[in-house]
Design a protein around this ligand. Structure first.
Ligand SMILES: [Zn+2]
Length: 412
């Protein structure tokens, strides 16, 4: 099933409680902006809220209209089927998952649910690109939206949508428009969108999501009720990965730690064999410990072969070392196995922890943190990793054979 319920969201107790309250209360803002880090469930929550707003037993329940039944029958009254009686009991605070509307929203087939998201590629292939994305989304319950740098919400699609808004909703009392990563639009799209958001009495609820809300025009933000999504806690992520996704307990903790609160990131990393990557990253330190400068340089550069993702890979190399050192600190104070991120290499961690001074571990962590910041900035990533490993190993640069043309850039 493609669309979930608000109840099925991972973590996010505050956002979840707020949204369920909105659904139960039956009074909606014209527009919501779900903001927070990437991969924490904003898009899933947006679709789940849309589903609840259209559900016949929750937000989509038509209120009984008093007096209507007593009114004199109109000329065409006999031709119209009587409206179904409203379901009894209080409105639900989440989609029921069973009514006709819920069955349609489950597969994104409800005519009053519009879903826009950024795509890349050529305009003439737009229909195929969108259809392929939706198929992937339907077939893989752990599908993660990933964009190229210039992916955008296409102008042709927002135009088409805005034209449609002129008409009444097809089946439900209102229309719900979900705009994923709404910060990927052009300036003229925002002006058109703003007009639609300001439309008084419009039968449309907008749900925008963004992990980069600073890129949205302030005029848009001020029209939206904001809902904040937080990074997910590591144990929460690890438990979800093990119980729902079927990740082994050896990997789940490492993935959760690397994911930095983002389920999307954990799911993407899951396919990259994180234990192997971790072992490769840790092996980087070996030439540094041997004092083999050129060997270290070659090793650091070999990770640049990943092309455009080279910088990302190198940043991850640093992260693996940080996680290892944190495990050393934990082991040093006798922390149990469950609290170790690299628990599959527990014996090694415990052995190292006996021989290393916590002050020294902290020094190394500072070196690595600095290196990670430098990689985020514009510093040559491979050189940064090289320097960091050398400093972690305590090697003094400038000794032995170093690639001479870069020597003056090593400040350590
Ligand atoms: Zn329902």
């Amino acid at each position: 099933m493609l669309l979930r319920r608000l109840d099925d969201l991972v973590g996010q107790p505050n956002a979840k409680a707020f949204l369920k309250n909105v659904v139960a209360g039956g009074r909606y803002a014209n527009a919501y902006l779900f903001h927070g880090p990437a991969g924490v469930g904003k898009g899933t929550a947006a679709l789940a809220l849309a589903r609840a707003l259209l559900c016949e037993r929750a937000g989509g329940r038509r209120p009984p209209e008093p007096g209507l039944a007593d009114a004199a029958p109109g000329l065409f009254a006999a031709l119209e089927a009587p409206p179904p009686p409203p379901p009894s009991g209080p409105a639900l605070d989440d989609a029921c998952g069973e009514c006709a509307a819920c069955l349609k929203t489950a597969d994104l087939q409800h005519p009053d649910l519009k879903f826009l998201f950024p795509v890349s590629g050529e305009e003439k292939e737009l229909d195929t690109t969108i259809a392929d994305t939706l198929t992937a989304l339907r077939e893989d319950p752990y599908f993660v939206f990933g964009y190229e740098k210039f992916a955008s919400i296409r102008l042709s699609l927002t135009r088409e949508l805005l034209r449609e808004l002129a008409y009444a909703p097809f089946e439900a009392a209102r229309r719900v428009v979900v705009v994923r990563d709404a910060d990927r639009m052009r300036e003229d799209q925002y002006s058109a969108l703003l007009k639609a958001l300001e439309e008084p009495g419009a039968a449309t609820v907008w749900i925008l999501t963004s992990s980069r809300p600073a890129r949205l025009p302030a005029t848009i933000i001020s029209r939206c009720q904001q809902v904040r999504f937080a990074p997910l806690a590591e144990p929460e992520l690890a438990a979800y990965l093990e119980e729902k996704v079927g990740v082994s307990s050896r990997e789940s903790r490492l993935l959760a730690a690397l994911a930095a609160g983002s389920l999307g990131r954990a799911l993407t990393l899951r396919d990259a064999d994180p234990l192997r990557l971790r072992d490769e990253a840790l092996a980087l330190l070996e030439p540094a410990l041997r004092g083999d400068g050129p060997g270290l340089w070659r090793a650091a550069q070999s990770f640049m072969n990943y092309g455009r993702t080279g910088r990302e890979t190198l940043r991850r190399m640093i992260e693996f070392h940080e996680l290892w050192l944190r495990d050393l600190l934990r082991a040093g104070v006798g922390a149990p196995r469950e609290s170790l991120v690299n628990r599959d290499r527990e014996t090694e961690i415990r052995r190292q922890a006996e021989h290393v001074d916590p002050g020294e571990v902290r020094r190394r962590l500072m070196v690595l943190e600095e290196a990670r910041d430098a990689i985020e900035g514009n510093v040559t990533a491979d050189l940064t990793v090289f320097s960091a490993m050398a400093r972690v190993a305590g090697a003094r640069l400038g000794e032995g054979e170093w690639p001479p043309h870069l020597a003056e850039r090593w400040k350590y």
